[in-house]
Design a protein around this ligand. Structure first.
Ligand code: FE
Ligand code: FE
Ligand code: ZN
Length: 260
């Protein structure tokens, strides 16, 4: 993974901690993990942003789904310690038939059950588009989750540009205002990573369909402002655009070129 990232000009990347549709995780080869740690150090990598499986839903109304979320996150966080000091991003989940307050309490319980004193991984809540009953569609919901966690220094937020835009935050016309609102609700110091995706749908559509950089409703100028915004400086940026390796190399070059 590290060598592939290097080959396309990246100095961070995302990876799924197991099959994105769930299931058992492959055993980690400790020698392979430490080779990645060395490669990252030798090439000035920033933190990695691992992604939990999509099937993880800590606020499902089905208790067995919640049990899976807890055991999966617990095991993933143990495995993440082979790569100390990186990020583990997850979707707060879909509440289905429950009310939002009950869902928030379940997400908090899962985090507090899975996290351990002394872990070096920071867990990130991803901002969501608000498709269906997705939680994490507003900064206020994220704040309510963050307020309940036992290890606040190890929980932060990953902002997905497609998701916040689809969720109704107008980062095209008012990036400063959106980041001010984030700071008021969550605190800008809790923002640890970005998912850079353009969107196939207009602001507030609650759809969550990613587009390649510059070819959707966000447009190139929005990404130019994002990569040059002082509040976002130094954050690991992950591409989740519909692309191939060659396309990602081109997007990385484009974004680097726009960053003054
Ligand atoms: Fe995600
Ligand atoms: Fe994302
Ligand atoms: Zn998405």
């Amino acid at each position: 993974m590290g060598e592939t990232a290097l080959s396309i000009g990246a100095n961070t990347f995302a990876f799924f901690t197991r099959n994105p549709r769930g299931g058992n995780a492959k055993a980690i080869d400790p020698a392979d993990a430490s080779a990645l740690v060395d490669l990252m150090r030798d090439n000035g990598f920033g933190p990695l942003v691992a992604h939990a499986p999509y099937t993880l839903n800590p606020c499902s109304d089905n208790p067995r789904t919640r049990e899976f979320a807890l055991s999966c996150m617990t095991e993933d966080l143990e495995r993440m310690e082979y790569l100390p000091g990186n990020y583990y991003n997850f979707h707060p989940g879909s509440r289905l038939k429950q009310d939002p307050d009950a869902a928030i309490a379940m997400i908090v319980d899962t985090l507090n059950g899975a996290m351990r004193q002394g872990q070096t991984t920071t867990v990130l809540l991803e901002t969501m588009a608000g498709k269906g009953s997705e939680m994490g569609r507003s900064f206020q919901e994220l704040r309510m989750i963050l307020e309940g966690v036992d290890h606040p220094d190890r929980v932060g937020v990953c902002l997905d540009t497609c998701h916040v835009h689809d969720g109704g935050y107008d980062i095209v016309n008012n990036l400063d205002g959106v980041l001010e609102e984030f700071d008021r609700q969550v605190g800008i110091s809790r923002l640890k990573a970005l998912h850079l995706n353009d969107s196939k749908n207009p602001c507030g559509a609650h759809k969550d369909r990613h587009e390649t950089i510059g070819n959707g409703y966000l447009g190139l100028e929005t990404f130019r402002r994002v990569v040059n915004h002082p509040d976002l400086a130094g954050l690991p940026c992950i591409l989740e655009t519909p692309n191939d390796l060659e396309g990602y190399a081109a997007e990385i070059a484009l974004l680097r070129d726009m960053a003054k």
